[in-house]
Design a protein around this ligand. Sequence first.
Ligand code: ASP
Ligand code: MG
Length: 416
Amino acid sequence: MRVFKFGGASVKDANGVRNVARVLQEVGYKDVFLVVSAMGKMTNAFEKLIQAYFYNTETFSVHVDKIRAYHYEIINDLFSVDHDAIINQVEGLFTEMTQFMIKNESRDYNFVYDQIVSYAELFSTKIVSAYLNDIGISNDWLDVRNCIATNSDFRDATVNWDRTKQYIRDYVNDENLQITQGFIGRDAHLNTTTLGREGSDYTAAIFAYCLNAADVTIWKDVDGVLNADPRHFEETTLLVRISYTEAIELAFYGASVIHPKTLQPLQKKDIPLYVKSFLNLQAKGTKVSKGEAISPEVPCFIVKNNQILLSISSLDFSFIVERNISEIFNLIHEQRMKVNLIQNSAISFSVCLEDKYENFDKLLVSLESRFKIDFHKGVALHTIRHFTAESIDRIEQTNKVLLKQLTQETVQIVIE
Ligand code: ASP
Ligand code: MG
């Protein structure tokens, strides 16, 4: 069995869906299990709809109309002759969704979010499945909620592996191509849950684990995993091979590679993960598996903007000892700030922070009475894995360096 995952960008319009069919025809779909996510940016569109449902009911119908029109445009383009069957199915889902919204009395945002946002995945897979059947790629549409059992932490549900393994055994027909949704699951009370944004890669990994798949392929609009973000770097290199550990390290430093949550089940069973281009089928893509850390061995650049560099020293030149550090960390933690770098010396302690919830001023108030504080806002944290002297020079020569930290494989540089 092989697991393929197609994300939103791959099915953002009718031509995207046709291209999915082309990929299947070219690479073959025997023994393939297919996970398809919501079309284009539909998950974002559903998030707006849910917000309107809660806080802005007068704009609600605008969002419903937009979502409906988007899917219908794709349907009309794909099924020019006979689209009654697919229209009936999609309409059925729309009715189900509106019925939920009318009857629902819960004000639990996360619960309601999951019940509604999941329709984006259902619409998408219904359309793709019907289209593929229409052109002769015979497949079964599978409701993933029958397979992925989770707890009831809406919007961030945890998988119940024992039940999931059992359900996958019960529901997956490995005789025929199966098409299912990413990102969603079901709790023990039969409510829909979601696994967190971008969760459909994880769904693919869960199926791969439970089906003992030979491999997983994530089809993307880029050639694979690159050594730098092409939006910020002119020259990038495709990483042909990386180890699970290296991929987890890169994600830790902020690279938008594969989420560690996705890698864990694969690593456990040694199932390789391929990241490939759905546009350029000849390209090799990236293979993530056990073994060699990275190939080719090139420096990998990761940039985090909008950081705060905070230096804390004691008022009386006394040493910053463990007690102070643990107290400082507690205060940072209380303000829900993320620490991306730590450096300490005899009398001072520096941290590079991310202030997602804009709590820095509160942190300052709690620190100022006891310590001497110095800070720089709006700095950037550059991380280079597998650095070379030249790659460090490239950053140091054109920027003002505020702090630098080197370990064997990684250098981190805070610049103004
Ligand atoms: N459609 C969901 C999202 O956009 C899940 C996914 O794409 O992985 O977050
Ligand atoms: Mg998506």
